[in-house]
Design a protein around this ligand. Structure first.
Ligand code: ADP
Ligand code: XUL
Length: 540
């Protein structure tokens, strides 16, 4: 009987399960619960709810629990030999916090398999909703924490990132300030990843160094909770946080609820869960310097493996722990898939039509340039949403379609310079990486070849890889990361999109123009309209 490994991914819009078969090197099973469609009673849009104004964005931890149970029910009805699953790990959208009262752990310990998780856990929360990574309502708290830590540079040196609105620490501080009584009633604060890991484990699970680094609470060098950051955030916070652990640690076995209800073996190991970006890093096979990945999910992220700690003192990028125990770099954009969808839907297009327009519009967009902040943006920081269009208007279909795609990759190229060397290859992943025409623009702007993968859900795949690695390390059948990755990803067969050298000069000039426009709208520079007209004269 072949060894099976399960990877789960609780992302912004859906919960995915994926089972790999180590014997055959194949993905045996994949299933997805879409929150909006499969759990309509929560009334989410794209998996979230917008409270009060567009800066406060939350989701429901109970919805994730229901999705988890639904997913396991579906798995049970398939012919997959569930009892051969040797280990399970998972991935969670990063930064989101779950606030639990003192009943949570006792509820977990006495779960009865004849009842649903929902009915047995619904009284476990001190806060019914969870702020998620899209929330940008904590600017004051970010400033307060940064100041207490001695300013920008010392904050980055200590935590690996500047303070960010979506990071857990500022979110916790806001909760403490606005709802002190509920904060007091909170026994445990989990991340999305450690929350779901706890449910599978049957007791509180630790937070791994990959996801822990996205909290503004973990010392990036010692990988321990940082006492100064805890004190700058909220009182008695240390008592409310789980412990930290290495991403590859085995944290226990699957709880008897899942074993008995769904047919898993009682020996099924549970590996620490991590954030979706660290999981994706391993899920596309990034374990060396030189190559980078771009994930086009709900968020767009630019991620790379780092052998040594390398920080961005400008304060736009982040350093997190990588699944290998090393570090990774990350830049995150809120105006990712949902911004592309805005343009697609505004013109009533499907993705094929969107691609056709993209292909029929020239690189450089006839000098039309967009700065697409449909939602508050992280990089550069733009808290008030506004879509800037230069040389066209909102009714120009070609201008808008090419405008948004070029803007997204020009911005990534501009803001990833701190990472250093030019990548030799880009691995594309996430929902929109299925779109070859979008990836062609990526290849041209970066002047780098782009690799497309058969599977776009690298976070769930990464979680399955991580469970295989830890399980084989435990059982002395040690396998290298290379061995695991190459067994499942056929790099020979994946599609490579080559950059078109014809556009190197055009995109170099356009990048300068884009930067000038960014400076202009951020009030750091003059209106570059004349330079744009020169650009049009030169290329069109
Ligand atoms: P997440 O994991 O963050 O929930 P996914 O990685 O599953 O998100 O990506 C979902 C997004 O992928 C959708 O919001 C959609 O906009 C985008 N998407 C799916 N197919 C295409 C396509 N063919 N072209 C462009 N975007 C696509
Ligand atoms: C990363 C980030 C997002 C979330 C959701 O810092 O905020 O990528 O992890 O996917």
């Amino acid at each position: 009987m072949s060894d099976l490994f399960l990877g789960l991914d609780c992302s912004t819009q859906s919960l995915t399960s994926l089972i790999i078969d180590f014997g055959s090197g194949r993905v045996l099973y994949r299933e997805r619960i879409n929150y909006d469609e499969d759990l309509p009673q929560y009334n989410t849009r794209n998996g979230v709810i917008i409270l009060d104004n567009e800066k406060i964005i939350h989701s429901y931890p109970l919805m994730w629990i229901e999705a988890l149970e639904l997913l396991f029910e579906k798995m049970k009805t398939t012919k997959i030999p569930i009892h051969n699953v040797k280990a399970v790990s998972g991935s969670g959208q990063q930064h989101g916090t779950v606030y639990l009262n003192n009943k949570f752990e006792s509820n977990l310990k006495k779960l009865n398999r004849h009842k649903s998780l929902f009915s047995q856990l619904k009284n476990s929360f001190s806060r019914p909703t969870s702020p998620v990574w899209m929330d940008s309502s904590t600017t004051n708290q970010c400033e307060e924490i940064r100041e207490k830590l001695g300013g920008l540079v010392s904050t980055i040196e200590l935590l690996g990132s500047n303070t960010f609105e979506r990071f857990s620490g500022p979110q916790i501080r806001k909760f403490f300030q606005e709802e002190p009584e509920l904060y007091k009633q909170t026994s445990t604060i989990h991340l999305v990843s450690s929350f779901l890991a706890s449910i599978l484990l049957g007791i509180n699970a630790p937070i791994d160094h990959g996801d822990g680094a996205g909290m503004n609470l973990m010392n990036i060098k010692t990988k321990q909770w940082d006492i100064r950051a805890l004190e700058a955030t909220a009182p008695n916070l240390r008592d409310k946080l789980p412990s930290l652990t290495k991403p590859y640690n085995i944290i226990g076995t699957l709880s008897s609820y899942f074993v008995r209800k769904f047919g898993f073996s009682p020996d099924t190991r549970l590996i620490a869960w991590s954030g979706d970006n660290p999981n994706s890093l391993i899920g596309v096979g990034l374990i060396e310097k030189g190559k980078v990945a771009i994930s086009l999910g709900t968020s767009d992220t630019y991620l790379g493996y780092l052998q040594d700690l390398h920080l961005d003192f400008k304060g736009e990028g982040h350093v997190f722990g990588a699944p290998t125990g090393d570090y990774m770099s990350l830049i995150c954009y809120k105006n990712g898939s949902l911004a592309r969808e805005r343009i697609k839907n505004n013109f009533n297009l499907n993705w094929e039509e969107f691609s056709e327009i993209l292909n029929n519009t020239p690189p450089g967009n006839n000098g039309k340039l967009m700065l697409p902040y449909f939602f508050p943006e992280i990089v550069p920081q733009v808290l008030e949403p506004h879509v800037y269009r230069f040389g066209f208007n909102e009714n120009d279909i070609e201008g808008n379609v090419r405008g948004i795609i070029e803007a997204q990759f020009l911005s990534m190229k501009l803001h990833s310079k701190w990472i250093g060397e030019k990548p030799t290859e880009i691995y594309a992943t996430g929902g929109a990486s299925a779109n070859k025409d979008i990836l062609q623009v990526m290849a041209n702007i970066f002047n780098t070849k782009v690799r497309m993968f058969e599977l776009t859900n690298s976070a769930a795949l990464g979680a399955a890889f991580r469970s295989a690695k830890s399980y084989y390390d435990l059982t002395n059948k040690i396998k290298s990361w290379d061995e695991i990755i190459n067994k499942f990803i056929d790099f020979q067969k994946s599609v490579i999109i080559e950059p078109n050298e014809k556009y190197i000069g055009l995109y170099d000039d356009m990048l300068k123009l884009y930067k000038n426009y960014e400076d202009f709208i951020l009030k750091n520079g003059e209106d570059p309209e004349l330079a744009r007209l020169e650009f049009i004269k030169k290329y069109f």
